[in-house]
Design a protein. Structure first.
Length: 391
């Protein structure tokens, strides 16, 4: 249950072939998910610069700080691992990067996702242009397009993620009751789901995530009136009778993520809660029906927007229909009127049109689906009806 070495090599070969097609000596990548995608090396980004580089012949190398040397040697599928003592250090780490690029033959014309390591966590350093005297070609579009089409192995990892998200969410619903707080309930559900996952698949499981250690489910503050804030933050709110709740559950499996979200109600739903819930489910059903190979992402959003038009719901709209997901919890392309990307088999989307009524709450389900040759395959499968989601 992991991406095989042969698949990583095939990805890197395609990247090297793209370099050849563009007349480049090679490519440098700094983004941690890009590095993981091509090399299999998951790490925690800090102020210490790290980079993956590949030349046009497919020969790869990693730049890492000394503290990551053995980690990279054991996990990164590259021929060269270059390290430097520390940042800032006596000699700036960019000198080690210059040496690695020279060893791989990247001296004049190459591509990159950034013009040097981004200035994050207090890091400061020269751009690639300043370091080698020539600016890199931006190759992010190629990388993002390649990542958007998931292999069967990637889809199975997202499916496995969905399985444990489902368990975490079931426990979350079981433990949510008036008088309890979101943190205690979320923590209990997440811990129990993670322990169950480790009992089942522990010997072959790796999270490969700097943010999650296992299965998780929670509310992120989307409780009661706060449920009308799509990206609220956890506030340890106490549950009360009548609350509308918007949930979220996932589990990193070898770096891959799913997204499961549901709208629940504590106690008998009020009439206006039922109306908003039914509209939300109808919006999601329209999106499911619209997602097909050959359709543009923008057309899916337009189909959903037509329902907003028909039923006068624009006062409750706050975001597009969804986005791709994989190594990141948000990836492109996006189910949005501004994204005309053609939907293709292998893309994996979250489908999550929502309605947000101030003073009442938010109403949003999110399901993760894989695009097939003739439609979609549901990777998440938690109940969607109001009766099942009434506490």
């Amino acid at each position: 249950m992991r991406i095989k070495d042969a698949e990583y090599r095939e990805r890197t070969d395609r990247l090297a072939a793209h370099a050849q097609d563009e007349g480049l000596e090679g490519i440098v990548l700094f983004d941690p998910q890009y590095v993981l995608y091509y090399s299999g090396f998951a790490f925690v980004p800090t102020e210490r610069p790290m980079a993956f580089a590949v030349n046009a012949d497919g020969e790869g190398g990693m730049l890492v700080p000394r503290l990551e040397r053995e980690h990279a040697q054991a996990n990164a599928l590259v021929r060269h691992v270059a390290d430097y003592p520390e940042y800032p250090g006596g000699a700036h780490p960019s000198e080690a990067l210059r040496s690695l690029l020279g060893e791989l033959g990247l001296r004049a014309r190459f591509g990159a996702d950034h013009d040097g390591y981004p200035w994050v966590f207090g890091y400061r350093g020269p751009s690639l242009t300043e370091l080698v005297g020539t600016g890199p070609m931006k190759i992010t579009k190629f990388v993002e397009d390649q990542m958007a089409i998931k292999s069967p192995a990637e889809i199975e990892l997202i499916r496995e993620s969905s399985k444990w998200a489902n368990l975490a969410h079931m426990l979350l619903q079981r433990y949510t009751r008036p008088g309890r707080t979101e943190v205690e309930v979320s923590q209990r559900a997440s811990n129990e789901a993670t322990l169950a996952m480790l009992d089942a698949i522990g010997p072959i499981y790796r999270a490969q995530s700097p943010f999650f250690e296992g299965a998780s489910a929670g509310y992120r503050g989307q409780i009661g009136r706060n449920a009308a804030i799509p990206h609220s933050l956890t506030a340890n709110i106490t549950f009360r009778e009548g609350d509308v709740l918007v949930t979220g559950a996932s589990a990193p499996v070898w770096g891959y993520l799913s997204e499961l979200e549901r709208t629940m109600v504590i106690g008998e739903p009020a009439a206006e809660q039922r109306v908003m819930f039914d509209h939300m489910v109808a919006l999601q059903d329209i999106a499911f029906e619209a997602i097909k190979p050959g359709v543009r992402c923008s057309d899916v959003d337009r189909a959903v927007r037509a329902y907003y038009d028909e039923h006068g719901l624009w006062d409750y709209w706050k975001h597009h229909v969804g986005h791709c997901i994989g190594l990141r919890y948000h990836e492109g392309p996006f189910l949005d009127v501004g994204d005309d990307t053609e939907i293709k088999p292998g893309m994996v989307f979250t489908v999550e049109p929502g309605l947000y009524a101030a003073g009442l709450g938010g109403f949003r389900h999110s399901d993760t689906v894989a695009v097939t040759e003739d439609g979609i395959d549901f990777l998440t499968y938690y109940p969607r009806d109001l009766e099942s989601l009434t506490l």
